[in-house]
Design a protein around this ligand. Structure first.
Ligand code: HEC
Ligand code: HEC
Ligand code: HEC
Ligand code: HEC
Ligand code: HEC
Ligand code: HEC
Ligand code: HEC
Length: 410
């Protein structure tokens, strides 16, 4: 039990992390660029400059992108970014342990999670830690992190959007107050823009180096050279001189690798964090267990493997994530995705068409990419487990009933 008596939350280290501050990070990249890499892209490996450096010329893209879940997937704590509630009536979580409950409080020092543990009839131990980083846009839920010196830890409670309430963080045991779970670089690699790791233990970072929100340069590579060239008196004229990676110009495999940094599962890192640069082969940085074609892949964060299993992907040469997604804008309507199916399939090709007719129009995704429960993220609350629903990216034929959300209303 990691509960200390009356441990005061530290309030130092604040200054380097002003809310909203997005430090310009300069990082030199070494040998990770493959030899076969196009010359223009190699020139672009000079410096990371951050999203706001793109704003003067790509203002619409920046504004639109900053409204997406990618950008909001990590943030400084504010009453807007934290979805969990601090008001009376919704700021406590009881546990299966009658002697332990959690309380959430907000004051001018910040937002806190406090564990109260009755250790004897006369003694109550408390441990209180401040939310320093918010992880998750809140579409499904959020987890919260805190600093202890330069070490980053997870807080015991998360927020679950489906329940609009606090739950034990995924994988935590109900009835325990665990403040010891370390946050390693892979978590930040998928949920933040940039950061600098320090010598072990694995959860040590240069605190002021962390850039929250996924940045443009995670998909486009370092942009310093590109900005310089377009700010100069003789801006580039051909795409080859632009010194930036446009994923659309890469092979399908290298395009998938960009998304696969974070959407191909956890993997095992074989190079230091953030070594991958768009255009690289992901395999040189991360290895993924090779699964038998029939093995069950969890639908959480494994969209690449699942899509690759689809006939649509295997028997076409063009399908990538970008066939359906524009990552620079929020996409919330389901119907437009079905129009994408219709670029390769006629509605009549569905074997349900003879029976259901036009009722399937705009509903292709409901039956062929059903929402399913993940087996991976599990939170325990009130003695039962909650799991989010995720979109299965294996486009295929599913038994009737797999598509829970399908409504036969024309
Ligand atoms: C000084 C102006 C300027 C700045 C700053 C700038 N860009 Fe550009 N960028 C351009 C211009 C001009 C083009 C050419 C595209 C066009 O003609 O529409 C371009 C093209 C691109 C392309 C497409 C390249 C291709 O080969 O098709 C990408 C991707 C891109 N920029 C990303 C970024 C990112 C990311 C940043 C911030 C790190 C950034 N740009 C900052 C001016 C700029
Ligand atoms: C391999 C990349 C990867 C790693 C590692 C990872 N995540 Fe995620 N996480 C994702 C992706 C992708 C999603 C959203 C899509 C999905 O669920 O398939 C997600 C979703 C989430 C969400 C829900 C966000 C929302 O609002 O829907 C939370 C909260 C979250 N992750 C927290 C964490 C924390 C905390 C860690 C580290 C301890 C972590 N994740 C590690 C990729 C990752
Ligand atoms: C999650 C990955 C990802 C992020 C983050 C991202 N992009 Fe892109 N971007 C892409 C992909 C993929 C393409 C090529 C497909 C396309 O045109 O949408 C692209 C294309 C572009 C292009 C050229 C095509 C066009 O529409 O003009 C520009 C310019 C661009 N991105 C700028 C930005 C800027 C600026 C940011 C940050 C505000 C950003 N991108 C963030 C993935 C990303
Ligand atoms: C640096 C890690 C990273 C990269 C690279 C990345 N993603 Fe994501 N993506 C995430 C995380 C984390 C989430 C969950 C965001 C949340 O809701 O908190 C996510 C969410 C999404 C979503 C759901 C958006 C929503 O509105 O709920 C889509 C779609 C998506 N990613 C597609 C892509 C595609 C396509 C690419 C490649 C062009 C890509 N991603 C590259 C980490 C990444
Ligand atoms: C880039 C083209 C392309 C797109 C886009 C596309 N498909 Fe396919 N799809 C194919 C090809 C090629 C096949 C294999 C040949 C066939 O069955 O027609 C296929 C096969 C299928 C199958 C049969 C699968 C099986 O396992 O037997 C279904 C169902 C299907 N697609 C549904 C969809 C749906 C739904 C969408 C939209 C979410 C979609 N497709 C988008 C090209 C595509
Ligand atoms: C109500 C659920 C449902 C909807 C909506 C639906 N499908 Fe299907 N589709 C099925 C089922 C079930 C099968 C397999 C039927 C069988 O084998 O008897 C199928 C078969 C297919 C096939 C494979 C045909 C073959 O010969 O192998 C394709 C392609 C397809 N659907 C495309 C689509 C497209 C495109 C849409 C949207 C316009 C769509 N489906 C909408 C349930 C649906
Ligand atoms: C054939 C179309 C199609 C392709 C190709 C596709 N997606 Fe999606 N994706 C969807 C649909 C439909 C949704 C559900 C959108 C919604 O519910 O709002 C979705 C949702 C997501 C989400 C949110 C997860 C969730 O469960 O809510 C992520 C993350 C994502 N896609 C990533 C990817 C990545 C990465 C790729 C490439 C490997 C990819 N997608 C390729 C259609 C597609």
């Amino acid at each position: 039990m990691s509960l200390a008596g009356e441990q005061a939350p530290s309030s130092t280290r604040q200054d380097s992390r002003r809310p909203g501050a997005r430090p310009v990070v300069l990082a030199l990249l070494g040998a990770s660029v493959a030899g076969a890499f196009p010359a223009f892209a190699r020139a672009a490996t000079s410096a990371y400059v951050g999203d706001m450096a793109c704003n003067s010329c790509h203002e619409d893209k920046v504004r639109s992108y900053h409204g997406t879940a990618h950008f909001r997937t990590s943030s400084m704590p504010t009453s807007d970014t934290i979805h969990g509630k601090f008001g009376p009536g919704s700021n406590t979580l009881m546990t299966v342990n009658p002697n332990l409950y959690f309380e959430m409080e907000a004051d001018e020092r910040g937002f806190f999670q406090t564990a109260h543990l009755r250790s004897s009839p006369t003694e109550v131990l408390t441990r209180s830690e401040r939310i320093d980083i918010v992880v998750g846009s809140g579409r499904k839920g959020q987890s919260y992190l805190f600093w202890d010196g330069d070490q980053l830890f997870q807080l015991p409670l998360s927020y679950w959007t489906g329940l609009d309430g606090w739950v034990n963080s995924p994988g935590y045991t109900d009835g325990r107050a665990d403040f010891d779970r370390t946050i390693g670089p892979r978590c930040l690699e998928c949920h933040a823009g940039r950061f600098e790791s320090r010598a072990p233990p694995r959860n040590r970072y240069n605190v002021s180096s962390i850039v929250l929100g996924i940045t443009c340069e995670r998909c486009h590579g370092p942009g310093g050279e590109h900005v310089d060239r377009f700010s100069s008196a003789t801006p580039p004229r051909s795409p080859a001189e632009r010194a930036i990676v446009n994923p659309a110009r890469l092979s399908r495999a290298r395009q998938l690798d960009i998304c696969g940094q974070c959407h191909e599962g956890l993997g095992t890192s074989i190079t230091p964090p953030l070594s991958f640069v768009p255009g690289d082969e992901l395999d040189r940085h991360l290895t993924f267990a090779k699964l038998a074609p029939s093995a069950r892949v969890d639908v959480h964060a494994s969209q690449v493997q699942l899509l690759e299993r689809s006939k649509c992907f295997r028997l076409s040469t063009t399908m990538t994530c970008g066939t359906c997604h524009d990552v620079h804008a929020e996409q919330r309507e389901l119907t437009p995705f079905s129009s994408v199916c219709m670029t390769c399939h006629a509605i009549e090709s569905c074997r349900r068409f003879p029976k259901l007719g036009r009722a399937i129009d705009g509903k292709c995704v409901d039956c062929h990419m059903p929402l399913q429960q993940t087996v991976q993220i599990i939170s325990r609350v009130d003695g039962s487990s909650v799991r989010p629903m995720v979109r299965n990216h294996q486009i295929a034929i599913y038994p009737d009933g797999a598509a829970g959300s399908f409504q036969l209303t024309p």
